[in-house]
Design a binder for this molecule. Structure first.
Ligand code: HEM
Length: 532
């Protein structure tokens, strides 16, 4: 997503120049240091050191990972026979594991050895992209209250927010649709920007409450923050360690969104801390139901978080959630456009009493649940899951070794496309995850199902479905994410018959292990005509 936008906005030149510098300084660095150190007795007939050639080949493949990551991971998986295999990127050695035993060993490893936080820190470079947030590599150093804040409190609050989210998403959708241009007699809607706005609005309400989500400047910065974080973090990752901090600091200062959202949230977090203190002293204070409040309340009692720490945490959660929800919804919308034959059943479900039930507990709508799950299965945004960086050396029981800095991951996309996990894995069956009896009761047909597929739900976490991660660190925001995605996609289904302006045009762009929907993809959203 961001990479395409980068081509047309002011971050583009920063990123492009950064990438060129990174390639130029990285290749000679490995050439001189590593090749020179090991080049005894290794000359080819032409006089070129053999090890230098091997090294250049390895580095070339590592750089290719940036533009061909999903295929390289798939290729390794196809050859691996479920055994661990390694893949290199310019800045990483990844060890891919897919067997249950390995995944259990990852989950059992202490946070001081295999760290999700360290991997995320390398990915996002928060020190430069998130107003100086330099989180600890070790999970839990400052408490893991955020897990309860998202997994329990945000989930429990769904009945409160879902009706509000539906109403705001519906009116924003109408507004945006009305503003889209008519080209060749057809109103064309740019899907990705539209979905980014809808996701940002929805998440802003749930995370920050009404106050901030009505602030247009804040919302603009909060959306720009996603693209700017991706671009800057990527560039810093590709630079040699010796110059990355200097370049990171200089460019971080140029990207304003991080400062703007930090500045807007700090007074609110300070006010909440003041109210907390007032309450402690026995005063009556207003009650708030949003993530700012829950993050503050679930911080360790012994070491309460400062306003700065609360805001940093929210910035990280904001980035992670908006980015992946936007891209997942975008792919689900592509699938809705490509498979319009599902619209009638989905609409019937959304128009039934089941919708009111869904808004009461955030669960249900099995047809929509399955449709989104099938879309995320065939077109996952990510090709790897369960990222853990070794902050101490680690050896699996079969001898597979991780040195400090290596990552262990699971080959998410390849597993989702593997017939042993999902029968007829390469074909789209929108209702394959629905229980056959439920499908029969709701649609009086077997359309979209697959006899050989076990029923399951979008929010499951198991050996077939690593989309939310695995084990004890599986995504705590998944119940909220699933309900919010159903709310947004549900509004599209109810309002429009959707199709793509050009089905033959490329809809993806690949970078590292991600596949992003292109921002230029346009849809024709034709208002649904009510049947008389
Ligand atoms: C489609 C949407 C989403 C997807 C696919 C997703 C996926 C993931 C994945 C793969 C992980 C890593 C788990 C692991 O490595 O084992 C994760 C962690 C996390 N996610 Fe999500 N996520 C989504 C939405 C959200 C939302 C909406 C929130 C917040 C409300 C959220 C908050 C978090 C947090 C805080 C963690 C870190 C957990 C920890 O450190 O224990 N995610 N997510």
């Amino acid at each position: 997503m961001a990479l395409l936008v980068l081509l047309v906005n002011d971050v583009s030149s920063v990123f492009l120049y950064g990438l060129i510098i990174a390639v130029m300084v990285s290749l000679p660095r490995y050439w001189l240091v590593s090749a020179g150190a090991e080049s005894k007795n290794s000359y080819t007939i032409t006089g070129i050191p053999q090890q230098l050639l091997t090294l250049l080949k390895t580095r070339w493949r590592a750089w290719l990972f940036l533009i061909n990551g999903p295929a390289i991971i798939q290729n390794g998986y196809d050859k691996s026979n479920e055994q661990p295999y390694e893949v290199f990127s310019p800045d990483n050695r990844y060890v891919f594991v897919s067997k249950d035993e390995h995944i259990m060993e990852i989950d059992a490893a202490p946070d001081t050895v295999l760290s999700l936080q360290a991997a995320s820190k390398q990915m996002l470079q928060p020190k430069y992209t998130m107003a100086g947030f330099n989180w600890f590599d070790r999970r839990g150093t400052e408490g893991i209250g955020f897990v309860r804040a998202l997994r329990t409190l945000l989930t429990n609050n769904l009945p409160e927010v879902l009706p509000e989210l539906r109403i705001s998403a519906s009116s924003l959708m109408d507004e945006m649709h009305a503003s889209h241009p008519v080209v060749n007699d057809v109103k064309q809607s740019p899907l990705l920007p539209m979905i980014l706005h809808l996701t940002a609005l929805t998440n802003a309400r749930a995370f920050f409450g009404q106050e901030l989500c009505r602030n247009e400047d804040f919302m603009r910065s909060a959306m720009n923050f996603i693209e700017q974080t991706l671009a800057l973090a990527e560039m810093i990752r590709l630079l040699p360690n010796s110059i990355a901090p200097m370049v990171g600091r200089a460019l971080g200062k140029k990207l304003r969104s991080q400062k703007e959202i930090y500045k807007a949230m700090i007074p609110i977090a300070e006010e909440r801390l003041r109210l907390k203190e007032q309450k402690r002293l026995g005063h009556e204070v207003p009650v708030h139901h949003d993530c700012i409040q829950w993050i503050m309340e679930t911080a360790p009692r012994a070491q309460p978080w400062s306003a700065d720490r609360i805001v940093h945490e929210l910035m990280a959660i904001w980035f992670g959630s908006v980015h992946v929800m936007t891209t997942t919804i975008a792919f689900a919308m592509h699938d809705l456009c490509l498979h319009p034959e599902y619209a009638a059943s989905l609409r019937a479900e959304l128009n039934s009493e089941a919708y009111a039930e869904f808004e009461k507990n955030g669960k249900g709508l099995p047809l929509l649940d399955s449709f989104i799950k099938e879309s995320a299965r065939l077109t996952p945004v990510e090709s790897m899951s369960t990222r853990r960086q070794a902050i101490q050396p680690f050896t699996f029981s079969d001898g597979t070794h991780l040195a400090i800095g290596d990552w262990v991951v699971t080959p998410l996309r390849a597993m989702l496309h593997d017939d042993t996990h999902f029968p007829s894995a390469s074909s789209f069956h929108g209702f394959r995850h629905v229980h056959p009896q439920v499908l029969e009761n709701l649609t009086h047909s077997k359309f979209g199902s697959l006899d050989t597929q076990e029923p399951s739900q979008l929010t499951d976490v198991n050996k077939h479905w690593h989309v939310w991660g695995t084990g004890r660190m599986a995504c705590p925001g998944r119940y909220y994410a699933a309900a919010a995605m159903k709310t947004i996609i549900g509004q599209f289904v109810l309002k429009y018959d959707s199709s793509l302006v050009d089905e033959t045009e490329s809809r993806f762009i690949s970078w590292r292990s991600f596949i992003y929907p292109r921002s230029r993809t346009k849809a024709v959203l034709k208002p649904v005509v009510a049947k008389s």
